[in-house]
Design a protein. Structure first.
Ligand SMILES: Nc1ncnc2c1ncn2[C@@H]1O[C@H](COP(=O)(O)OP(=O)(O)OP(=O)(O)O)[C@@H](O)[C@H]1O
Length: 228
């Protein structure tokens, strides 16, 4: 991110934000409600146009990537699939439009624990199942970069543990993982580094250990850093 800025009328959602997300570790993306996390992720993915600055992935804008799903796997807030579409069909459509082999769909459905629900319509999914389907889509292209907005939302304890293990494994393979969250305890368990923003501005770009140093917990350090 280079001086990334987004204004909605008189609201400055993201304000001159510059940071780099490193490969080989899990980076937690923290900030209070309205801090600009989702807007930043949307700009990285080319879903929102910056008012200023730029967001680059390996030196290129998302729109300029040859094979986006093979480069960046993303999970944004909200339902990703049409409610009338079956989970497997949703993923097959994504796979075929990105030159990903059909067999990969079965693999990611099993990976996220939706193997038995493959033929169910997304509209009947619980919040956690919807999150799992979104994660399946993000993992479809086996990308070296994962950008996940509140991925733990709605996951059951087994799902939270599974996701933590997956993200730590991805990072250990040298991949780049950026995860926004409001769950401080979970972030403390999952992340190595933190990007903390408030009011659209960068507050911290440090390791979790550096951020927490001297505070009783990540939550306490976060509340102090954002002035709450
Ligand atoms: N489409 C939009 N139109 C107008 N304002 C918007 C729009 N999207 C976001 N905003 C505003 O931009 C600011 C940042 O919002 P954003 O959703 O990026 O924050 P966030 O850090 O993801 O918050 P949360 O933790 O609550 O999800 C907020 O003031 C929000 O109201």
């Amino acid at each position: 991110m280079e001086e990334l800025t987004k204004r909605y009328g008189s609201t400055v959602a993201v304000d001159g934000l510059s940071f780099a997300v490193r490969p080989g570790c899990v980076t937690g993306f923290l900030g209070p409600n309205g801090a600009g996390k989702s807007t930043t992720l949307r700009m990285i993915l080319g879903l929102d146009r910056p008012s200023g600055g730029r967001a680059l992935i390996d030196g290129r804008a998302y729109a300029g990537l040859d094979r986006p799903l093979h480069t960046v796997g993303a999970l944004l807030e909200g339902r990703c699939a049409h409610p009338g579409r079956r989970a497997r069909d949703h993923l097959l459509y994504l796979a075929r439009s990105n030159s990903i082999r059909d067999a990969r769909v079965g693999e990611v459905l099993e990976l996220v624990g939706l193997g038995a629900a493959a033929h169910r319509r997304a509209g009947g999914f619980s919040l956690g199942m919807g999150q799992r389907l979104g994660l399946a889509a993000a993992l479809l292209g086996d990308p070296p970069i994962l950008l996940l907005d509140e991925p733990v939302n709605g996951l059951d304890p087994e799902g939270v543990h599974w996701l933590r293990t997956l993200l730590r494994g991805y990072a250990a393979q040298g991949r780049t993982v950026l995860v926004s969250s409001h769950l401080m305890a979970e972030t403390a368990l999952t992340a190595d580094r933190l990007i903390v923003i408030a009011g659209g501005r960068l507050i911290a770009d440090v390791t979790v250990d550096e951020f927490v140093a001297g505070a009783p917990s990540l939550e306490a350090a976060f509340l102090k850093a954002v002035g709450r």
